[in-house]
Structures are given as structure tokens and as C-alpha cells.
Design a protein around this ligand. Structure first.
Ligand SMILES: C[S@@+](CC[C@H](N)C(=O)[O-])C[C@H]1O[C@@H](n2cnc3c(N)ncnc32)[C@H](O)[C@@H]1O
Length: 343
């Protein structure tokens, strides 16, 4: 954190309000807002859970900013004089490109994109920002990372989407096409863990199914191909971009009776509503999300309802399933454990 704030101090004179902080982890964002010393600031996030953590961090550091959420940064009004992009080293290359591209469209002409890279020597940002903005200045390489700045020219500029389409099918089902965008799980491909889970799931015609933590919705769409027109598929995710993609994918693949929810605590789902729930929780999330995906799901199932969760950490997940469902079976598939239970 000290590194980021020391780096920011070297470029803070370039900042003019109103400021938008594009993505970034909650603590860095909270501290950047505090370092801005009361300049009008909007923090943009795509995930509702992250957004609420940003709000918590802001109140802990005693800083004020509006926190807004959406599937795309460029949906914000183009009124900002500065966009700050605190890019963690683990941020995917495609998401960095996407933020640079979208930042252009929320800046006023003459506004500045300021990217903060954690890398001591980062030779990529300048290249990417030049491509979109025409020019890019940079700080010397340092142990605090590097900062890059570009000024938005007068031209409106074309909106370029970073997205990848891919196909997936189950052995006995039709091939489906999916669109994926950076910042959501499994960009450009169908996840192997999800494939392992859906291959062994007991999916029946007419089922009401829940794709829990749906990402781009591929699991629910593929289930939709098996349950037939009388079935229904509900998709839920905390990430607004994931749900926007899911809506596109479900419509393109004629998913039966689709419903889309963007929530963090399974709000909006009815008790005993589902015959089948499939869950692929975030791999690196603390067990509270896995716990939510298990304990929160149980009461959503009808008597006789089926539950599947896929994991690479069965020793952590199986005890939670036993506590919640009383019993389970485990199938090993494609290097993953698929844990299945019934109510
Ligand atoms: C491992 S990904 C699986 C995505 C998708 N099922 C697939 O196979 O591509 C886990 C998903 O859970 C979502 N997620 C994380 N926390 C959540 C929460 N509290 N409520 C709903 N979804 C959540 C993430 O945004 C992510 O899309």
C-alpha cells in the first residue's frame, strides 16, 4: 500500500476533479480517495461485493466518494477530468486493455488517464495507452511501480470491445456459442471445472435449475439444452458484467424461461424453488463464499432436489456438505471433485 501511495504522490499534481477511480482492490481505492483530499471522486466497480468492500474501506479511512457499479466503465457520463486506474499485478492483460479503452470514453477532451502499475519496470502500459490515446508519459522505473498518463484528444474515438467468443457442447447436446469479456471468470473458454461438473450432473427434462455463480452463463445455458422447453433456468452472480454477458448468451442459445439476478447474498431466490443447483465457487475466495454457495443453497431446493458443487479442494468442501446436507457422494472427473448431495 505504501508503494502505491508513494508512487501516486509523484503524479498527484496531474489530477483534476472530477475524478473516476476505475476498478482496483478495496484498500488501494480507499487510500487513493483519502490521498485525493476531498476532490470529487467516483469509484467504479463491476462486482457488487467488491463495491460494498470499497464502501467499507472508505468509511474506515474516513474518505468520501460515490461508489457506482455497472457492466462497463464507458456507461458512465463522459464528464471526468481524470481517470485513475490502480492496476494490481495480478490484473489480467485483457482487463487492463479494456479499462484503458473504456476510460477514453468517460474522459472529457483534455482529461487524463493515469494508470498505476505495481511492476517495477512495466513496458506494456505505455504501448497500450499510446495505441488508444496517441501519446503516453511515464515515471522512471522504481520499486514503487510506475505511473503512466495520457491526455484524451478532442475526437470522440471509436468504441472497441474486448471480447472473445467460444463454443462449448455436452456429449449429447447441441454446440452453443458464448461471448465472454475481460473481468469475468473463464475469459475465452469454457471452464474445465464447470465441464467436469455438468458432465456428471443429473439433469432432467422440465427441471427448474439454478446456475449459482454463473459467470458468463455457460453452465446454465448448457443445462437449458437438456431440460427442454418446460424447464427454467435462473442465473445469479455478484458481477454485473457477468450477468450482462449471461443475458446475451441465454438469449442467443434460447435458454428456457431464463431469469437473471445480480446479488451477493442470494437475495431474490425462493425457498424450495429448484430441482437442481450447480455451483462452481471462486477458487481463491475465502471459504465464506463457498459456505454461502452451500448453506444458502440448501433451502432453495425442493424435497428430493439435487445439488452439485465442483472443487479442487474436497477436504475443505466435503465437511461443509456433510454439515448442511447430512450425506454426499464425490465423483472425480477431469482432475476435479464433483460433490453431489440431495435434500
Ligand atoms: C469460479 S466462477 C464460475 C463461473 C461460471 N459458473 C463458469 O463456469 O464459468 C465463480 C463465480 O461466482 C461469482 N460470485 C462470487 N461471489 C458471489 C456471490 N456472493 N454471489 C453470487 N456470485 C458470486 C463470481 O463473480 C464468478 O462469476
Amino acid at each position: 500500500m505504501k508503494h502505491l501511495l508513494d508512487l501516486f504522490a509523484t503524479v498527484v499534481a496531474r489530477v483534476r476533479p472530477p475524478v473516476c477511480i476505475a476498478l482496483g482492490s478495496p484498500w488501494p481505492v480507499g487510500n487513493l480517495v483519502a490521498a485525493l483530499g476531498g476532490q470529487e471522486t467516483v469509484c467504479f466497480q463491476m462486482d457488487l461485493h467488491q463495491a460494498s468492500r470499497v464502501r467499507d474501506c472508505l468509511s474506515e479511512v474516513g474518505a468520501k466518494a460515490e461508489v457506482v457499479t455497472g457492466p462497463d466503465l464507458w456507461d458512465l457520463e463522459p464528464r471526468f477530468q481524470t481517470v485513475i486506474f490502480p492496476a494490481a499485478s495480478h490484473t489480467d492483460r485483457e482487463l487492463k486493455l479494456d479499462v484503458i479503452e473504456q476510460a477514453y470514453h468517460v474522459l472529457r477532451p483534455g482529461g487524463v488517464l493515469l494508470s498505476l502499475s505495481e511492476y517495477e519496470k512495466d513496458n506494456r502500459f505505455a504501448k497500450w495507452q499510446k495505441k488508444v490515446f496517441g501519446k503516453c508519459g511515464e515515471t522512471p522505473s522504481s520499486e514503487n511501480g510506475m505511473a503512466f498518463w495520457s491526455t484524451r484528444p478532442d475526437e470522440d474515438g471509436k468504441r472497441r470491445r474486448h471480447e472473445v467468443r467460444f463454443h462449448a457442447k455436452l456429449a449429447d447436446g447441441p454446440s452453443m456459442e458464448f461471448v465472454s469479456r475481460p473481468g469475468t471468470f473463464s475469459y475465452g473458454r469454457f471452464d474445465n471445472g464447470s465441464r467436469a461438473m455438468i458432465e456428471v450432473a443429473d439433469i432432467r427434462a422440465g427441471d427448474s435449475v439454478l446456475d449459482l455463480g454463473c459467470g458468463n452463463g455457460a453452465v446454465g445455458c448448457l443445462m437449458g439444452g437438456k431440460i427442454g422447453p418446460k424447464g427454467r433456468v435462473t442465473f445469479i452472480d455478484s458481477n454485473l458484467r457477468a450477468i450482462a454477458l449471461t443475458e446475451i448468451n441465454a438469449r442467443a442459445n434460447a435458454t428456457p424461461h431464463p431469469r437473471f439476478l445480480t446479488e451477493t447474498r442470494l437475495e431474490g431466490l425462493g425457498r424450495r424453488e429448484f430441482d437442481l443447483i450447480l455451483a462452481n465457487p471462486p477458487y481463491y475466495a475465502k471459504s465464506d463464499i463457498t459456505r454461502l454457495f452451500i448453506e444458502g443453497a440448501r433451502d432453495l431446493l425442493r424435497p428430493g432436489g439435487r445439488y452439485s458443487i465442483v472443487t479442487k479442494m474436497p477436504t475443505a468442501v466435503v465437511p461443509l456438505i456433510f454439515e448442511t446436507f447430512g450425506d454426499c457422494s464425490v465423483i472425480e472427473n477431469r482432475g476435479y471433485s464433483v460433490i453431489m448431495a440431495e435434500v
